[in-house]
Write a protein that binds this ligand. Sequence first.
Ligand code: PEP
Length: 253
Amino acid sequence: MARAVVAGNWKMNTSVAEARALAAELRESIGHMEGVDRVLCPPFPYLGMVRDAVTGSTIAVGAQNMSQHEKGAFTGEVSPGMVAELCTHVILGHSERRALYGETDEAVNLKVEAALKAGLTPIICVGETLAQREAGAAEAVVERQLVKAIDGVETPGALIVAYEPVWAIGTGVPATPDLAADIMGGVIQRVLESTYGATAASATPLLYGGSVTADSVRGFVEQECIHGALVGGASLRAEEFAEIVRTTAEVKG
Ligand code: PEP
């Protein structure tokens, strides 16, 4: 059985003081829980500070992106090694990176390989746009994104996969739990099983992401094939994020 995981993607939000306060509050409320892994993903400049703020708790910290390159003349980029010195997880292939920064499936694959090599746990994001769903291509898109992302990755040991339908991100309108389960228990599970076998596939945490709130999370994590959530907007509200974590622990515990 896969571990339950709730990750908060803070995106490009918070000041230094706000990030410190958010991390400190979460350390108090959900710093010492069993049964659910908690990962905070602040902006790059705050990684070290947030790591320090949660030291002594069992909260993990992750980046929201990284370069596929080890080092060199890549102005503005952050290497896997730099990320790995500060935290344990990294979100890769987020739809905002794909849509706004032209991140391709090939680049995501290189980043996944580089993250694993650096000892990081990649949270691989996949998901279709509304136009792709309306064209009946949702499954094909998710399959292509996932197959390419894990191409050449021999064991799924450290992988987490997040299904984030693009039309549900930041809209306040999440997918339904049934729709998410169709994709996650269907095509995502199938790709993992055919690549790694049933046992390893079933140990890979699958997260739903897209307008998850304290009110909506229960329906998702009650699905057997959904092990947790990747939370954007609601992860900036300490009490609401803590409630999402508590509900996940209660349902999955
Ligand atoms: C995200 O961007 O990963 C996300 C899930 O955002 P939101 O929860 O705000 O839809």
